[in-house]
Write a protein that binds this ligand. Structure first.
Ligand SMILES: [Zn+2]
Length: 451
């Protein structure tokens, strides 16, 4: 069912601080407003989102709090209900730069033909807007809630979270601590042989970003045999890394996920480490297949290289950086020994940014509630499966602090499955039906847990 669109909605600036006007804007309007607030990180400027939310929440008579981690870097929080149970709706206010080549204004927030257009439409203002909408709706029934619903729009997720979730956990953990959290990070749903499948992210691979350094001797470029060329050493090492075949390792969550997907696709073969690649090659949706493949092994991607200073000088140094994502059971020592095996002794290796993989149980009552609420929203025939993400979100900090976090990327039936590819890319956009689907899912979940 198509929702009524409200293109001529009153802007948020028209809301009365005395709470006289209490109409909750449509979710697409909230998202459009959020997109038009430029929060490209750096610098972030998330306080602008906090100001917007302040007006919206104050108009509904909801108490809120703005926690600044640094000038301009604001985290907005609000809570409704009382009791010992606590559910947190989490999203981040910052976005990545738009880059070139868009077919529309990335910060225009245009609403047209059932879609909302602009940077953040999915990541992550496309989750924030439904969370805001659901929270404001639930505030009307706050007195009947048997527990607390917490809303947090945090800063700096796209640059590591040190001004956002990490800051809150270090400086005021009691404010963000909850029984469980709904955050971004889930794969978008797929329809497989007529069956609608929804995914809940229960874990994230770890990070072991590594720096490679080659040293040589410089000399005049006209007599290169007098020197020792560091750029050549590095390129040889990187070519060797290109041939690296990481060991396939099916952790229980991924094995279960792949088994279910293979069954749904009617591929009868039993799954094991030796045939997983061949089975994934038979998936027609390449983006999905490659995401699944990345869940089955450590990934190694040399992504930057810098060396030499002048065309006529043989370079004496060259540096490269490698994005490495690890599975449980793989640690610093494992990464270092694997890299060294392929790059040789000539290359110095240092792991800069290291984060271990993090998980929340897919066997918990919280996971079951998320799955139930998803199925209630999507219809009886829908299936809900746990998955792990090859990338990282703020959930890693929460899980690290012992707080279960579940990532969702729920979309309405009929939504274009390719929209997910616009995240961090060009022409980011979302359909309005999916925004309402998310809002309805969030309200169902909160009522299930807190009523
Ligand atoms: Zn994000």
């Amino acid at each position: 069912m198509k929702r009524l669109r409200w293109n001529c909605a009153p802007r948020f600036v028209a809301y009365s601080m005395q709470g006289v006007i209490s109409v909750i804007p449509p979710v697409e309007q909230i998202l459009s407003d959020l997109i038009r607030i430029n929060t490209v990180n750096p610098p972030g400027n998330e306080f602008k989102v906090a100001r917007y939310l302040q007006e919206l929440f104050a108009a509904q008579g909801i108490d809120y709090e703005i926690i600044e981690s640094e000038e301009g870097r604001a985290n907005f929080m609000a809570r409704i209900g009382t009791g010992t149970k606590k559910l947190l709706f989490l999203s981040h206010s910052d976005v990545v730069p738009a880059g070139e080549g868009w077919d529309f204004d990335p910060f225009g927030g245009e609403i047209a033909e059932g879609m909302v257009y602009g940077r953040g439409a999915l990541d992550c203002k496309g989750l924030m807007a439904p969370q805001v909408y659901a929270f404001l709706q639930l505030a009307k029934e706050a007195s009947s809630l048997n527990g607390m619903l917490v809303f947090a729009a945090t800063a700096d997720e796209e640059r590591g979270g040190s001004y956002g979730v990490q800051y809150l956990l270090e400086n005021c953990p009691e404010k963000i601590r909850a029984d469980f959290v709904i955050n971004e990070g889930g794969e978008g749903p797929r329809t497989i042989n007529g069956r609608r499948v929804y995914f809940v992210q229960v874990g994230e691979k770890g990070t072991a970003w590594s720096k490679l350094q080659a040293a040589g001797h410089s000399c005049h470029g006209s007599v290169p045999t007098m020197g020792d060329n560091a750029v050549l050493k590095m390129t040889r090492a990187l070519y060797a890394l290109g041939d690296y075949k990481p060991k396939i390792s099916l952790i229980p969550e991924v094995r279960l996920l792949l088994q279910e997907l293979i069954r749904l696709k009617g591929l009868e073969e039993p799954l094991d480490e030796t045939n997983v690649d061949a089975l994934l090659d038979r998936f027609t949706d390449r983006g999905f297949a490659e995401t699944l493949r990345a869940m089955t092994r450590m990934t190694v991607s040399p992504n930057t290289i810098a060396g030499g200073s002048k065309t006529n000088i043989v370079p004496d140094e060259c540096a490269a950086s490698v994005d490495i994502r690890i599975l449980p059971g793989q640690d610093r020592d494992y990464v270092l020994s694997e890299l060294q095996r392929f790059t040789g002794e000539d290359i110095a290796i240092e792991i800069g940014n290291y984060v271990a993989p993090t998980f929340s149980s897919a066997e918990s009552d919280y996971y079951r509630l998320v799955a139930e609420a998803t199925k209630e929203q999507a219809g009886a025939g829908a299936l809900c499966l746990p998955h792990i993400s090859p990338g990282a979100t703020d959930s890693r900090y929460l899980r690290g602090a012992g707080i279960p976090a579940y990532g969702i990327g729920h979309m309405a039936e009929g939504s274009d499955p390719d929209l997910g590819a616009t995240i961090h890319g060009r022409n980011e956009r979302v359909d309005i039906d999916s925004l309402y689907f998310r809002a309805d899912f969030l309200m169902t979940l909160a009522r299930k847990y807190l009523c």
